[in-house]
Design a protein around this ligand. Sequence first.
Ligand code: C2E
Ligand code: MG
Ligand code: MG
Ligand code: MG
Length: 285
Amino acid sequence: VRTDVEPDGPKVFEPAMARHSVERLTLASRMRQAIEGGELDMHFQPIVDARTGAVCKLEALARWPQADGSFIPPDVFIPLCEETGLIVPLGQWVIETAARARVALVSHGFELPIAINISALQFQRADVAAQLQATARAYGLAPDALQVELTESSLMDRQHAVPTLKKLGIEGIHVSLDDFGTGFSNMAYLRDLPIDALKIDRSFIVDIDADERAASICRSMIALARTLGMTVVAEGVERERQYAWLRENGCDQLQGYYFAVPMPMAVLAAHLRDRAAPFQTAPTV
Ligand code: C2E
Ligand code: MG
Ligand code: MG
Ligand code: MG
């Protein structure tokens, strides 16, 4: 976004916009190739139990590696995939990659559920419940092996959201509401829809140990989740003091750089093994 004022106004802005859209088209066609060519990576970030510190779940986060060793973050390529319809094949890749990761994890002795992110448009366009069910069957996974994270915007189209969520619920697939608190404010859906967990957005966690207003909002969100019988998860926990605050205020699960960064499967397996014995999850038979 330009902050300077150009002397000839829109005339300067137009070519910049054109360039921008050409760049996006180029990026979109590279993205298509990356999906089809299996060039994308998946990283996994542990989510820990606030009381015990044990890893209780993983979140799958997509990465697009570049030739120079850097990667394009999902905040850039997910909107691009939404604009171009690539979100459906991307979503299928994400589900299958998570399924394979789950199989690999179990073989390492860690029977942890893996949560995948579903964007609002993806939730609308693809039959996520059917995709998950078919994939789980193909890989022989338990229904709770893969979970989904939706944002509040996915729930705005109730005609679609209600039956889809019910279908997910019937199949035993856990649903978390991601970035909770940043979406629209009509919360009636929380009363009616089968949602298992609320993930408090990182923006509320940032100042939790310093700003009394942020702390009050978090306390209310935790109370709300409690009242509705939902699990409450905090994202973006970076410091010991945030951890202490959240533990003391009854947050169930925690995710953030303080505990672990997102990492590829090979590193994750070693990370899970290296954690102190009481923090390790025992494989359930
Ligand atoms: P999200 O689902 O809210 O994921 C959490 C984001 O916060 C991730 O960013 C994660 O790397 C980052 N994070 C975790 N702990 C911390 C922390 O302590 N501090 C800070 N500053 N950040 C932390 P990431 O991986 O860049 O993903 C961004 C967003 O892109 C995700 O937000 C999610 O909405 C979306 N996304 C990621 N992977 C996928 C995917 O496979 N499919 C879809 N549809 N969306 C995805
Ligand atoms: Mg998420
Ligand atoms: Mg989130
Ligand atoms: Mg987010």
